[in-house]
Ligand binder design. Structure first.
Ligand code: ADE
Length: 262
């Protein structure tokens, strides 16, 4: 996957893409990230990227020219007039559709993505109308610019690319990937202070462990994010479990040491 990011603050991207699985993905050429300084696409002496808003008002607006030119330099063979469905040009903005694991999965299918990081009070509307194919927000709060949002999105997308994570299976159990939050995880020691790991996990019975984990994921989702359950893919037995759990304090007991004997 090729990722191009347009920003006024390229230095912000130095750290996050140089660590851990991301660096490995770059080294293995599973992803290539190019950071473009929007200021490099200006033609005046002062490298002006913003200007006052027509009609007045506080704050500066990012001018359209350098943003258009930056995107055109990345995809020179494609007419900007006809928006290209094959190449998402994503504007990071609190006005966009809300980012989710589903959108991360959707974007991970493309071979090339372009991100435009907004700054200051906004971006000239013609960028939205004639250049951008998608507007995305990472949450209902306002950041100083789209850079951190782009990093969040790129991270979530890249870890879904085949071969990026150690094992292919490891993103399948992630919270949100199956519509549920992830089950609780334990490692050694089996007893820490007086807190024991649920015995089912030590049983070696993989079918029982899978069942327990699935139930824990459902319980955790019910407790913390019940609205997610509406969209989760649950069978009849699991729906019944939720009904039982929602009508009693059963959930807490259900998680404990006696799960195998219930
Ligand atoms: N730019 C400023 N705030 C943002 C947000 N919440 N999501 C994406 N881009 C932004």
């Amino acid at each position: 996957m090729k990722i191009d990011i347009l920003t006024l603050f390229p230095q912000m991207f130095q750290g996050p893409f140089r660590t851990g699985i991301f660096q490995r993905a770059i080294d293995r050429k599973l992803v290539g990230v190019n950071i473009h300084n929007i200021r490099d696409y200006t033609h005046d002496k002062h490298h002006t990227v913003d200007d006052y808003a027509y009609g007045g008002g506080a704050g500066m607006i990012l001018k359209p020219e350098s943003i258009f030119e930056a995107v055109e330099s990345i995809k020179p063979d494609i007419s900007i007039e006809e928006k290209d469905d094959e190449l998402p040009v994503i504007l990071l903005t609190p006005q966009g559709r809300l980012f989710s694991q589903e959108i991360a999965l959707e974007l991970s299918k493309y071979s090339h993505l372009i991100f435009i990081c907004g700054r200051y009070e906004g971006v000239d509307e013609r960028v939205r109308e004639h250049l951008v194919t998608d507007e995305i927000s990472i949450g209902d709060y306002v950041l100083s610019g789209g850079e951190l949002a782009a990093m969040v999105m790129v991270d979530a997308v890249v870890r879904l690319l085949p071969g990026v994570l150690g094992s292919e299976a490891s993103s399948l159990d992630d919270s949100h990937s199956n519509g549920l939050l992830e089950y609780s995880q334990y490692t050694r020691p089996a007893v820490y202070r007086e807190w024991a790991v649920p015995e089912v996990l030590l049983s070696g019975n993989h079918a029982q462990i899978a069942k327990w984990r699935r139930e824990q994921a459902i319980i955790r989702t019910l407790e913390r994010r019940p609205e997610l359950l509406d969209k989760a893919n649950l069978n009849l037995e699991e729906r019944r479990l939720i009904n039982r759990l929602s009508t009693s304090s059963y959930a807490r007991e259900y998680k404990g040491q006696n799960w195998l004997n219930k």
